[in-house]
Design a protein around this ligand. Sequence first.
Ligand code: KG4
Ligand code: ZN
Length: 365
Amino acid sequence: MRILGIETSCDETSAAVVEETGDAAKPWTIRSNVIASQIPIHREWGGVVPELASRQHIRDICGVVDRALADGDTRWADLGAIAVTQGPGLVGSLLVGVAFAKAAAAAADLPLVAVHHLAGHIESLILQNGEIPLPAVVLVVSGGHTSLYLVDEPGRYQLLSRTRDDAAGEAYDKVAKLLGLGYPGGPVIDRLAKTGNDRAIALPTTRLTHADRNAPQLKGDLDFSFSGLKTAVARYVRSRAAQESHLSQELQVAQDLSPAFSDQEIADISASFQRIVVTALLDRLFEAARRHQAKSIGIAGGVSANSRLRAELADRGARREMPTFVPSLKLSTDNAAMIAAAGLRKFRAGVLAPMTLNADAALPL
Ligand code: KG4
Ligand code: ZN
């Protein structure tokens, strides 16, 4: 069976054709995965502008789907279902995908499957690596999310912890903006950090010890927090700027003067920031795996593309004889193949969406 996947939750318009293999160990194979990125449009504004995003999805969706079918050598009649991201994400963006998927399902007389965006990121691990040993603890870390899930059986995701404030990718993007490095910040900081000294600048780690009032069902001590780290980098940047221009910090802020950092200092800030983020992510991930006697560990989502995170994950896993998994770089960031894979999982479990399906910007998993 082949499924068409559609993903429009943020700033990528994506469509993919994924097919079942009949092999229980490696259940799915990608026939096509087309991604139209809007990054050049949003870069000018330093972040995603929701209204521009939804308008661009409308322009791109038909062509992207046509291309995914052509690349996958697939006709509408070859499909068995359509899967679409229902949420979470930007509501205007989600609506484009949901409306398109409903119309296509009605026109081609196909069943519709609604997919949670983070279930898609988690299933990207299985799409890439085949079924992984369960129970597994999976960290989903992107521009919008930093959450730990326990997967105790295929297709069942139990939330263990999440960020109390910024997502890790959001922290990357904000720090890059402070340093004048452009959007998105993750890939640039990742690259610059390679030549920096990761102990050059003292930055704080936030450790939470108590449950969140908004989520009393979670213990809370595995939660993440990155806004303090971002503020510390901002404070450092401002104090260096003040030193350079001999202005008071207050004046500096008022005039929004960025210091002319040397390439080495930017590399040092990037490396120091990245060390704290990677350590915070991996410490909690491995602690959760220990508590839940996990047989494997995975990291998915845009930040899983990070080279230091990947290297340290493999390293810590090898030392503890714990199998670790990441998606390919293309499957790390938002794409429809992962939505198609999660859709096939739900389809086989018999969970279909009604034609009254609506986008849900805050859909829980
Ligand atoms: O999963 P994704 O494409 O979209 C969301 O669902 O948010 O993730 C995008 C995020 C951005 O914040 C971007 O800066 C970050 O992933 N990112 C990275 C890297 N590549 C992308 N962060 C750190 N290192 C990278 N190499
Ligand atoms: Zn994502």
